[in-house]
Design a protein around this ligand. Sequence first.
Ligand code: SF4
Ligand code: SF4
Length: 450
Amino acid sequence: MKVATFERGVHPSSHKELTENKSIINATIPEKVIIPLSQHLGAPCNSTVSIGDEVKRGQVIGVSDSFVSAPVHSSICGKVIAIGEFPHPSGKDVISVVIEEDGMDEWVDGLKENPDYINLPLEDLRRIIRDAGIVGLGGAAFPTHVKLSPPKEKPIDSVIINGAECEPYLTADHRLMLENPSEIINGLKILMKILGVKKGYVGIEENKPDAIKTMTDTASKEHHKKSKDFLGTPEPDINVVPLEAKYPQGAEKMLIKAILNREVPAGGLPMDVGVVVHNVGTTKAIYDAVRFGRPLIERVITVTGKGIKEPKNLRVRIGTLFSHLIEECGGLNGKIGKVIAGGPMMGIAQYTLDVPVVKGTSGILVLSADEVSVEEYGPCIRCGRCIDYCPMGLQPSIISILVEKGRYDEARGYDCMDCFECGTCAYVCPARRPLVQFIKLAKLELSRKG
Ligand code: SF4
Ligand code: SF4
Protein backbone atom coordinates (compact mmCIF):
# COMPACT_ATOMS: atom_id res chain seq x y z
CA MET A 1 0.00 0.00 0.00
CA LYS A 2 1.46 3.37 -1.03
CA VAL A 3 1.35 5.77 1.89
CA ALA A 4 1.64 9.54 2.02
CA THR A 5 3.57 11.39 4.70
CA PHE A 6 5.61 14.46 5.69
CA GLU A 7 9.23 15.08 6.66
CA ARG A 8 10.57 14.39 10.17
CA GLY A 9 8.29 13.34 13.11
CA VAL A 10 8.58 10.31 15.43
CA HIS A 11 7.21 6.79 15.92
CA PRO A 12 6.08 6.41 19.56
CA SER A 13 4.55 3.05 20.64
CA SER A 14 0.86 3.17 19.78
CA HIS A 15 -0.70 1.21 22.72
CA LYS A 16 -3.92 1.23 20.67
CA GLU A 17 -4.41 -2.53 21.18
CA LEU A 18 -6.05 -1.74 24.55
CA THR A 19 -9.21 -0.42 22.85
CA GLU A 20 -8.99 -0.59 19.04
CA ASN A 21 -11.23 -3.68 18.83
CA LYS A 22 -13.78 -2.43 21.34
CA SER A 23 -17.05 -1.07 19.94
CA ILE A 24 -18.31 2.31 21.12
CA ILE A 25 -20.80 1.96 23.96
CA ASN A 26 -23.00 4.60 25.55
CA ALA A 27 -21.75 5.65 28.97
CA THR A 28 -24.45 5.81 31.65
CA ILE A 29 -25.95 9.24 32.19
CA PRO A 30 -24.35 10.76 35.30
CA GLU A 31 -26.32 12.14 38.27
CA LYS A 32 -24.94 15.58 37.47
CA VAL A 33 -22.96 17.30 34.74
CA ILE A 34 -20.66 20.32 34.99
CA ILE A 35 -20.80 22.14 31.64
CA PRO A 36 -18.18 24.88 31.15
CA LEU A 37 -19.40 27.98 29.29
CA SER A 38 -16.03 28.15 27.53
CA GLN A 39 -15.17 24.97 25.64
CA HIS A 40 -13.59 26.38 22.51
CA LEU A 41 -11.04 28.83 21.18
CA GLY A 42 -12.79 32.20 21.03
CA ALA A 43 -15.15 34.20 23.21
CA PRO A 44 -16.69 32.41 26.21
CA CYS A 45 -20.48 32.21 26.41
CA ASN A 46 -22.77 33.91 28.92
CA SER A 47 -25.25 31.78 30.78
CA THR A 48 -28.87 31.94 29.56
CA VAL A 49 -30.17 29.97 32.56
CA SER A 50 -30.43 30.60 36.32
CA ILE A 51 -30.13 28.38 39.36
CA GLY A 52 -33.40 26.48 39.81
CA ASP A 53 -34.30 26.43 36.08
CA GLU A 54 -35.46 23.13 34.58
CA VAL A 55 -33.62 22.31 31.33
CA LYS A 56 -33.96 19.64 28.68
CA ARG A 57 -31.39 17.74 26.66
CA GLY A 58 -30.14 19.98 23.85
CA GLN A 59 -31.44 23.23 25.38
CA VAL A 60 -29.16 26.26 24.96
CA ILE A 61 -27.57 27.26 28.28
CA GLY A 62 -24.86 29.66 27.05
CA VAL A 63 -24.43 32.04 24.09
CA SER A 64 -22.11 34.80 22.91
CA ASP A 65 -22.55 37.59 20.33
CA SER A 66 -18.98 37.12 19.15
CA PHE A 67 -18.55 35.49 15.71
CA VAL A 68 -15.65 33.36 16.97
CA SER A 69 -17.69 31.48 19.55
CA ALA A 70 -20.13 28.56 19.69
CA PRO A 71 -23.20 28.16 21.92
CA VAL A 72 -23.29 25.61 24.73
CA HIS A 73 -26.23 23.23 25.33
CA SER A 74 -27.38 21.09 28.22
CA SER A 75 -26.39 17.47 27.71
CA ILE A 76 -29.02 16.09 30.09
CA CYS A 77 -32.52 16.77 31.33
CA GLY A 78 -32.71 18.19 34.85
CA LYS A 79 -32.39 21.20 37.14
CA VAL A 80 -29.65 23.85 37.27
CA ILE A 81 -28.19 23.60 40.79
CA ALA A 82 -25.13 25.87 40.53
CA ILE A 83 -23.39 28.35 38.24
CA GLY A 84 -19.83 29.29 39.11
CA GLU A 85 -16.16 28.51 38.62
CA PHE A 86 -15.26 24.83 38.43
CA PRO A 87 -12.10 22.95 37.34
CA HIS A 88 -11.71 22.51 33.56
CA PRO A 89 -9.34 20.02 31.86
CA SER A 90 -7.26 22.96 30.58
CA GLY A 91 -6.08 23.41 34.19
CA LYS A 92 -7.99 26.67 34.70
CA ASP A 93 -11.21 27.20 36.63
CA VAL A 94 -13.99 28.15 34.21
CA ILE A 95 -17.53 29.46 34.75
CA SER A 96 -19.76 26.40 34.39
CA VAL A 97 -23.41 25.39 34.72
CA VAL A 98 -24.06 22.43 37.01
CA ILE A 99 -27.18 20.39 36.19
CA GLU A 100 -28.68 17.61 38.29
CA GLU A 101 -30.27 14.80 36.28
CA ASP A 102 -34.02 14.11 36.66
CA GLY A 103 -34.26 10.72 34.94
CA MET A 104 -36.35 12.00 31.97
CA ASP A 105 -33.66 12.37 29.29
CA GLU A 106 -36.01 14.18 26.87
CA TRP A 107 -34.83 16.27 23.94
CA VAL A 108 -35.78 19.93 24.02
CA ASP A 109 -38.78 20.82 21.82
CA GLY A 110 -38.29 22.32 18.38
CA LEU A 111 -35.32 20.37 16.97
CA LYS A 112 -35.84 20.34 13.22
CA GLU A 113 -35.04 17.35 10.98
CA ASN A 114 -34.01 18.03 7.37
CA PRO A 115 -34.36 14.89 5.19
CA ASP A 116 -33.48 16.97 2.10
CA TYR A 117 -30.56 18.68 3.88
CA ILE A 118 -28.17 18.72 0.92
CA ASN A 119 -30.50 21.13 -0.87
CA LEU A 120 -30.75 23.65 1.97
CA PRO A 121 -29.41 27.15 1.21
CA LEU A 122 -25.73 27.50 2.16
CA GLU A 123 -26.45 30.17 4.76
CA ASP A 124 -28.93 27.83 6.46
CA LEU A 125 -26.32 25.05 6.57
CA ARG A 126 -23.77 27.42 8.16
CA ARG A 127 -26.36 28.70 10.66
CA ILE A 128 -27.41 25.18 11.69
CA ILE A 129 -23.77 24.23 12.32
CA ARG A 130 -23.18 27.36 14.39
CA ASP A 131 -26.43 27.00 16.37
CA ALA A 132 -25.54 23.37 17.12
CA GLY A 133 -22.41 24.55 18.96
CA ILE A 134 -20.05 22.51 16.81
CA VAL A 135 -16.33 23.02 17.36
CA GLY A 136 -13.31 20.96 16.30
CA LEU A 137 -13.44 17.70 18.25
CA GLY A 138 -9.83 16.76 17.48
CA GLY A 139 -8.59 18.81 20.45
CA ALA A 140 -8.14 22.40 19.25
CA ALA A 141 -11.90 23.10 19.58
CA PHE A 142 -12.02 25.94 17.03
CA PRO A 143 -15.62 26.95 16.18
CA THR A 144 -16.50 25.06 13.00
CA HIS A 145 -18.69 27.72 11.36
CA VAL A 146 -15.71 30.12 11.31
CA LYS A 147 -13.69 27.68 9.19
CA LEU A 148 -16.69 27.47 6.85
CA SER A 149 -16.68 31.21 6.15
CA PRO A 150 -13.30 31.82 4.45
CA PRO A 151 -12.71 35.30 2.99
CA LYS A 152 -13.39 35.68 -0.76
CA GLU A 153 -9.71 36.26 -1.53
CA LYS A 154 -8.89 32.78 -0.17
CA PRO A 155 -10.80 30.34 -2.39
CA ILE A 156 -10.97 26.77 -1.09
CA ASP A 157 -10.57 23.84 -3.50
CA SER A 158 -10.17 20.87 -1.11
CA VAL A 159 -11.60 19.57 2.16
CA ILE A 160 -9.55 17.06 4.17
CA ILE A 161 -11.12 14.91 6.86
CA ASN A 162 -8.59 13.99 9.52
CA GLY A 163 -8.89 10.32 10.40
CA ALA A 164 -5.19 9.95 11.19
CA GLU A 165 -5.60 9.72 14.99
CA CYS A 166 -1.82 9.68 15.43
CA GLU A 167 -1.83 10.20 19.23
CA PRO A 168 -0.87 6.95 20.98
CA TYR A 169 -3.62 5.15 22.97
CA LEU A 170 -6.60 6.99 21.37
CA THR A 171 -9.03 4.94 19.24
CA ALA A 172 -12.26 6.97 19.32
CA ASP A 173 -11.89 8.27 15.74
CA HIS A 174 -10.88 4.80 14.52
CA ARG A 175 -14.06 3.29 15.97
CA LEU A 176 -16.21 6.13 14.58
CA MET A 177 -14.88 5.41 11.07
CA LEU A 178 -15.76 1.71 11.48
CA GLU A 179 -19.16 2.28 13.05
CA ASN A 180 -20.44 5.52 11.43
CA PRO A 181 -18.75 5.72 8.01
CA SER A 182 -21.83 6.87 6.15
CA GLU A 183 -22.46 9.80 8.54
CA ILE A 184 -18.82 10.89 8.13
CA ILE A 185 -18.91 10.74 4.31
CA ASN A 186 -22.23 12.61 4.22
CA GLY A 187 -20.84 15.16 6.69
CA LEU A 188 -17.92 15.62 4.30
CA LYS A 189 -20.36 16.18 1.43
CA ILE A 190 -22.12 18.88 3.49
CA LEU A 191 -18.74 20.59 4.07
CA MET A 192 -17.89 20.35 0.36
CA LYS A 193 -21.23 21.83 -0.58
CA ILE A 194 -20.86 24.77 1.84
CA LEU A 195 -17.33 25.51 0.61
CA GLY A 196 -18.20 24.88 -3.05
CA VAL A 197 -15.41 22.34 -3.62
CA LYS A 198 -15.31 19.12 -5.60
CA LYS A 199 -12.30 17.45 -4.01
CA GLY A 200 -12.63 15.73 -0.65
CA TYR A 201 -10.06 13.54 1.12
CA VAL A 202 -10.08 11.32 4.19
CA GLY A 203 -6.57 10.79 5.58
CA ILE A 204 -6.14 7.62 7.68
CA GLU A 205 -2.93 6.12 9.10
CA GLU A 206 -1.96 2.74 7.65
CA ASN A 207 -2.18 1.09 11.11
CA LYS A 208 -6.00 1.19 10.68
CA PRO A 209 -6.48 -0.95 7.52
CA ASP A 210 -10.07 -1.83 8.50
CA ALA A 211 -10.97 1.88 8.69
CA ILE A 212 -9.26 2.54 5.34
CA LYS A 213 -11.33 -0.23 3.74
CA THR A 214 -14.62 0.77 5.39
CA MET A 215 -14.24 4.45 4.50
CA THR A 216 -13.14 3.62 0.93
CA ASP A 217 -16.15 1.31 0.40
CA THR A 218 -18.53 3.87 1.92
CA ALA A 219 -17.16 6.75 -0.14
CA SER A 220 -17.60 4.67 -3.28
CA LYS A 221 -21.17 3.67 -2.33
CA GLU A 222 -22.19 7.22 -1.45
CA HIS A 223 -20.58 8.48 -4.64
CA HIS A 224 -22.99 6.44 -6.71
CA LYS A 225 -26.02 7.40 -4.60
CA LYS A 226 -26.95 10.59 -6.46
CA SER A 227 -28.19 13.53 -4.47
CA LYS A 228 -30.92 15.49 -6.24
CA ASP A 229 -28.52 18.36 -6.61
CA PHE A 230 -24.91 18.79 -5.61
CA LEU A 231 -24.18 22.34 -6.74
CA GLY A 232 -25.93 21.40 -9.98
CA THR A 233 -22.98 19.25 -11.09
CA PRO A 234 -21.91 15.60 -10.81
CA GLU A 235 -21.22 14.09 -7.41
CA PRO A 236 -18.08 15.17 -5.57
CA ASP A 237 -14.81 13.31 -5.85
CA ILE A 238 -13.86 11.74 -2.47
CA ASN A 239 -10.59 9.87 -1.95
CA VAL A 240 -9.41 7.94 1.09
CA VAL A 241 -5.64 8.41 1.46
CA PRO A 242 -3.53 5.94 3.51
CA LEU A 243 -0.91 7.78 5.57
CA GLU A 244 2.29 6.60 7.23
CA ALA A 245 1.68 5.83 10.92
CA LYS A 246 3.86 8.55 12.36
CA TYR A 247 3.45 11.32 14.92
CA PRO A 248 2.19 14.11 14.37
CA GLN A 249 0.63 12.90 11.10
CA GLY A 250 -2.78 14.24 12.19
CA ALA A 251 -1.62 17.86 12.55
CA GLU A 252 -3.34 20.01 9.92
CA LYS A 253 -0.16 21.21 8.25
CA MET A 254 1.30 17.69 8.11
CA LEU A 255 -1.91 16.27 6.62
CA ILE A 256 -1.98 18.94 3.92
CA LYS A 257 1.67 18.29 3.06
CA ALA A 258 1.15 14.51 2.96
CA ILE A 259 -2.08 14.52 0.96
CA LEU A 260 -1.74 17.54 -1.34
CA ASN A 261 1.99 18.33 -1.16
CA ARG A 262 1.15 21.93 -0.25
CA GLU A 263 3.00 23.85 2.46
CA VAL A 264 1.09 26.23 4.70
CA PRO A 265 3.31 29.34 4.97
CA ALA A 266 4.80 30.40 8.34
CA GLY A 267 2.11 32.17 10.34
CA GLY A 268 -0.51 31.03 7.81
CA LEU A 269 -3.62 28.87 7.92
CA PRO A 270 -4.78 25.92 5.76
CA MET A 271 -7.13 28.32 3.92
CA ASP A 272 -4.00 30.16 2.63
CA VAL A 273 -3.34 27.08 0.47
CA GLY A 274 -6.99 26.49 -0.44
CA VAL A 275 -7.73 23.80 2.15
CA VAL A 276 -10.08 23.30 5.11
CA VAL A 277 -9.41 20.41 7.52
CA HIS A 278 -11.94 18.83 9.89
CA ASN A 279 -11.71 15.90 12.26
CA VAL A 280 -13.90 12.77 11.71
CA GLY A 281 -15.83 13.35 14.96
CA THR A 282 -16.57 16.93 13.95
CA THR A 283 -17.74 15.75 10.54
CA LYS A 284 -20.19 13.28 12.10
CA ALA A 285 -21.45 16.00 14.47
CA ILE A 286 -22.05 18.22 11.41
CA TYR A 287 -24.14 15.48 9.79
CA ASP A 288 -26.14 14.91 13.00
CA ALA A 289 -26.85 18.64 13.31
CA VAL A 290 -27.81 19.21 9.68
CA ARG A 291 -29.79 15.99 9.13
CA PHE A 292 -31.43 15.58 12.55
CA GLY A 293 -31.19 19.05 14.10
CA ARG A 294 -29.16 17.69 17.03
CA PRO A 295 -26.84 20.07 18.89
CA LEU A 296 -23.43 18.87 20.07
CA ILE A 297 -24.12 17.41 23.52
CA GLU A 298 -22.06 14.22 23.43
CA ARG A 299 -18.88 12.86 21.91
CA VAL A 300 -16.88 9.63 21.70
CA ILE A 301 -13.79 9.37 23.89
CA THR A 302 -11.28 6.62 24.72
CA VAL A 303 -10.78 5.85 28.42
CA THR A 304 -7.58 3.84 28.55
CA GLY A 305 -4.14 3.08 29.97
CA LYS A 306 -2.59 0.55 32.32
CA GLY A 307 -4.17 2.44 35.21
CA ILE A 308 -7.74 1.60 34.07
CA LYS A 309 -9.28 -1.80 34.82
CA GLU A 310 -11.37 -2.09 31.62
CA PRO A 311 -10.30 0.37 28.89
CA LYS A 312 -13.25 1.35 26.62
CA ASN A 313 -14.46 3.62 23.84
CA LEU A 314 -17.44 5.50 25.24
CA ARG A 315 -20.07 7.89 23.88
CA VAL A 316 -20.40 10.37 26.74
CA ARG A 317 -22.50 13.40 27.55
CA ILE A 318 -20.51 16.64 27.64
CA GLY A 319 -20.02 17.65 31.27
CA THR A 320 -19.64 14.08 32.62
CA LEU A 321 -16.89 13.98 35.25
CA PHE A 322 -13.74 11.93 34.64
CA SER A 323 -14.40 10.16 37.97
CA HIS A 324 -17.77 8.86 36.68
CA LEU A 325 -16.20 7.51 33.47
CA ILE A 326 -13.32 5.87 35.30
CA GLU A 327 -15.87 4.02 37.45
CA GLU A 328 -17.71 3.10 34.24
CA CYS A 329 -14.47 1.39 33.17
CA GLY A 330 -14.14 -0.70 36.32
CA GLY A 331 -12.21 1.91 38.31
CA LEU A 332 -8.52 2.61 38.76
CA ASN A 333 -6.07 -0.25 38.49
CA GLY A 334 -3.37 -0.24 41.19
CA LYS A 335 -1.12 2.70 41.97
CA ILE A 336 -1.65 5.62 39.60
CA GLY A 337 1.14 7.79 38.21
CA LYS A 338 -0.69 10.33 36.09
CA VAL A 339 -4.13 11.12 34.63
CA ILE A 340 -4.11 12.93 31.28
CA ALA A 341 -6.95 14.59 29.34
CA GLY A 342 -6.21 13.55 25.75
CA GLY A 343 -3.25 11.52 24.54
CA PRO A 344 0.28 11.30 25.98
CA MET A 345 1.88 13.64 23.41
CA MET A 346 -0.42 16.68 23.52
CA GLY A 347 -2.70 15.90 26.47
CA ILE A 348 -2.85 17.85 29.74
CA ALA A 349 -2.09 16.22 33.12
CA GLN A 350 -4.94 16.58 35.62
CA TYR A 351 -4.75 17.29 39.35
CA THR A 352 -8.31 16.14 40.10
CA LEU A 353 -10.75 13.59 38.66
CA ASP A 354 -13.58 16.09 39.23
CA VAL A 355 -13.08 17.66 35.81
CA PRO A 356 -15.70 17.30 33.07
CA VAL A 357 -15.41 15.97 29.55
CA VAL A 358 -15.61 19.03 27.27
CA LYS A 359 -16.09 19.21 23.51
CA GLY A 360 -12.32 19.02 22.92
CA THR A 361 -11.68 15.98 25.18
CA SER A 362 -10.58 13.08 22.99
CA GLY A 363 -9.67 10.68 25.79
CA ILE A 364 -8.77 10.00 29.39
CA LEU A 365 -5.42 8.29 29.79
CA VAL A 366 -4.45 6.84 33.17
CA LEU A 367 -0.81 5.83 33.49
CA SER A 368 0.26 3.53 36.31
CA ALA A 369 2.90 4.64 38.81
CA ASP A 370 5.57 2.41 37.24
CA GLU A 371 5.12 4.14 33.87
CA VAL A 372 5.81 7.63 35.20
CA SER A 373 9.14 8.98 36.40
CA VAL A 374 9.94 12.47 37.56
CA GLU A 375 13.32 13.51 36.22
CA GLU A 376 15.31 16.71 36.59
CA TYR A 377 16.09 18.25 33.24
CA GLY A 378 19.60 19.21 32.33
CA PRO A 379 21.32 21.79 30.14
CA CYS A 380 21.11 21.43 26.37
CA ILE A 381 23.93 19.21 25.11
CA ARG A 382 23.44 20.49 21.56
CA CYS A 383 22.78 17.06 20.11
CA GLY A 384 20.37 18.55 17.56
CA ARG A 385 17.73 15.82 17.94
CA CYS A 386 14.89 18.27 18.61
CA ILE A 387 15.76 20.14 15.41
CA ASP A 388 16.06 16.91 13.39
CA TYR A 389 12.61 15.71 14.46
CA CYS A 390 10.53 18.95 14.66
CA PRO A 391 7.91 18.67 11.87
CA MET A 392 7.88 22.46 11.50
CA GLY A 393 11.66 22.70 11.05
CA LEU A 394 12.02 24.90 14.17
CA GLN A 395 14.95 25.13 16.58
CA PRO A 396 13.40 24.24 19.96
CA SER A 397 16.81 24.03 21.66
CA ILE A 398 17.64 27.67 20.96
CA ILE A 399 14.13 28.89 21.76
CA SER A 400 14.26 27.08 25.12
CA ILE A 401 17.62 28.63 26.03
CA LEU A 402 16.31 32.13 25.19
CA VAL A 403 13.14 31.54 27.23
CA GLU A 404 15.19 30.37 30.24
CA LYS A 405 16.92 33.75 30.12
CA GLY A 406 13.62 35.64 29.66
CA ARG A 407 14.63 36.81 26.15
CA TYR A 408 11.17 36.32 24.65
CA ASP A 409 11.52 38.87 21.83
CA GLU A 410 14.54 37.00 20.50
CA ALA A 411 12.57 33.73 20.72
CA ARG A 412 9.99 35.30 18.38
CA GLY A 413 12.77 35.68 15.83
CA TYR A 414 13.14 31.87 15.88
CA ASP A 415 9.48 31.50 14.77
CA CYS A 416 8.31 30.12 18.10
CA MET A 417 4.76 31.28 17.24
CA ASP A 418 4.74 28.65 14.44
CA CYS A 419 5.08 25.82 16.98
CA PHE A 420 1.80 23.89 17.23
CA GLU A 421 2.84 22.25 20.49
CA CYS A 422 3.00 18.65 19.26
CA GLY A 423 5.59 17.74 21.91
CA THR A 424 7.87 15.85 19.50
CA CYS A 425 10.94 17.87 20.53
CA ALA A 426 10.45 17.16 24.25
CA TYR A 427 9.84 13.47 23.44
CA VAL A 428 13.25 13.05 21.76
CA CYS A 429 15.38 15.29 24.02
CA PRO A 430 18.00 13.20 25.89
CA ALA A 431 18.45 15.99 28.47
CA ARG A 432 14.68 15.68 29.25
CA ARG A 433 14.25 19.41 28.67
CA PRO A 434 10.59 20.53 28.79
CA LEU A 435 10.94 22.13 25.38
CA VAL A 436 7.28 22.44 24.51
CA GLN A 437 6.55 23.96 27.92
CA PHE A 438 9.27 26.59 27.34
CA ILE A 439 7.74 27.36 23.95
CA LYS A 440 4.22 27.62 25.39
CA LEU A 441 5.58 30.10 27.94
CA ALA A 442 7.21 32.16 25.17
CA LYS A 443 3.95 32.21 23.18
CA LEU A 444 2.00 33.30 26.25
CA GLU A 445 4.45 36.12 27.07
CA LEU A 446 4.60 37.30 23.46
CA SER A 447 0.81 37.28 23.06
CA ARG A 448 0.51 39.31 26.29
CA LYS A 449 2.86 41.89 24.77
CA GLY A 450 0.77 41.89 21.57
S1 SF4 B 1 8.94 23.02 18.40
FE1 SF4 B 1 6.73 22.82 18.45
S2 SF4 B 1 6.21 21.97 16.44
FE2 SF4 B 1 8.40 21.61 16.76
S3 SF4 B 1 8.52 19.58 17.70
FE3 SF4 B 1 8.48 21.04 19.37
S4 SF4 B 1 6.33 21.17 19.93
FE4 SF4 B 1 6.39 20.24 17.86
S1 SF4 C 1 17.27 17.53 21.91
FE1 SF4 C 1 17.58 18.50 23.92
S2 SF4 C 1 19.76 18.34 24.29
FE2 SF4 C 1 19.46 17.93 22.10
S3 SF4 C 1 19.68 19.95 21.09
FE3 SF4 C 1 17.54 19.71 21.55
S4 SF4 C 1 17.29 20.68 23.56
FE4 SF4 C 1 19.45 20.31 23.29
